[in-house]
Design a protein around this ligand. Structure first.
Ligand code: APR
Length: 311
């Protein structure tokens, strides 16, 4: 008898700005069928209906369902979690901790019950604390619960460097590690323009200024939008991680992963280079850091620990 052929199922928990963009990208990139879940009545159903009408325009054969019933995520291969409040001007990501922790606890229960084998990608801020809570509350193995921040922070660093050098973004390879806060760590020593260290191409003062802008880039968007935070680029960054998993790419990317002694850190989620493939976070890659980078990473980890203490 022929084996069963099954389409992939992607559950998007939170159908707000990022959730809606994720749904669109899942369809466009033919990743599988989508379930869009939110607590607001009608909104996920409305977005799903709208997106289903876009499918014929682009010739996309994907099914999309909007729902307020968490049971509809049953059997999902991947859950991408954006449920929670975004920040407003003047707020730090950390200001969201208590409100969003309650939401994450609630959502974790639903994922554990209905999608026990899924890879869970958390986007909700403050990211490092929320992904830690998600792993704790679901009890899933740490390789199956991962936070999206490093891909986005790295992309922002790449974008600013490409602009400065007036070269293609694809010629710039960068790394940003640490917590997803204003103390994140752009790792200059591993950042190159097609192999040429950026420090050889850009003056130190300019690089300092660019890295400062990378650390504050999320806030820069919030200050301009006034009503919420970035959503196109966070969604795209999570899609890169979904693809790495579903297509078993073994892609090396920066992600918030659970430390078990790596970089001298334990029992904490923080942004580090990982290999993502069919096993989720298959490996945490340990790279040699300069003394200053190491100190910055540990300082960033301290901030994350302070947030965990609040939880
Ligand atoms: N279950 C599901 N969805 C929920 C729940 C819950 N328990 N509580 C709130 N939500 C939904 C809201 O109804 C809203 O539609 O989460 C959605 C969040 O969407 P937006 O407010 O548009 O926020 P967004 O820009 O998508 O950001 C989501 O990601 O980057 C982070 O800081 C950002 O924490 C924020 C999250």
């Amino acid at each position: 008898m022929a084996g069963e052929i099954r389409r992939r199922k992607i559950a998007l928990i939170g159908a707000g700005q990022i959730g809606g963009t994720l749904a669109l990208l899942c369809g466009q990139r033919n990743l599988g069928d989508v379930v869009l879940f939110d607590v607001v009545e009608g909104m996920p159903q409305g977005k799903a209906l709208d997106l289903s009408h876009l499918a014929p325009v682009f010739g996309l054969d994907f099914k999309i369902q909007g729902t307020n019933n968490i049971a509809d995520i049953a059997g999902a291969d991947v859950c991408v979690v954006t449920s929670g409040l975004p920040r407003k001007p003047g707020m730090s990501r950390d200001d969201l901790v208590k409100t969003n922790a309650e939401i994450i606890r609630n959502v974790a229960k639903g994922i554990k019950e209905h999608a026990p084998n899924a890879l869970v990608i958390v986007i909700t801020n403050p990211l490092d604390a929320m992904v830690y809570l998600m792993q704790k509350e679901t009890g899933f193995p740490a390789n199956r619960v991962v936070g999206m921040a490093g891909v986005l922070d790295t992309a922002r660093y790449q974008a600013f460097l490409a602009e400065e050098l007036n070269v293609s973004v694809s010629s710039v390879s960068a790394f940003v590690l640490g917590g997803h806060g204003d103390d994140m760590v752009p790792v200059r020593s591993y950042t190159t323009c097609n192999g040429i260290p950026v420090a050889n191409l850009i003056k130190t003062e300019r690089l300092d200024a660019i890295e400062k802008r990378v650390r504050g880039a999320g806030g820069e968007v919030v200050a301009l939008l006034k009503t919420g935070s970035a959503f196109y680029s966070p969604a795209a960054s999570a899609i890169q991680m979904v693809e790495a998993y579903l297509h078993d790419q073994r892609r090396v990317l920066a992600a918030a992963a659970k430390m078990n002694g790596e970089y001298g850190l334990k029992d904490i989620y923080i942004g580090v280079p990982v290999i993502m493939g069919k096993g989720g976070v298959e490996k945490i890659v340990e790279i040699e850091l300069t003394a200053a980078e190491k100190t910055a990473l540990h300082e960033s980890a301290e901030r994350v620990k302070q947030l965990l203490a609040i939880l």
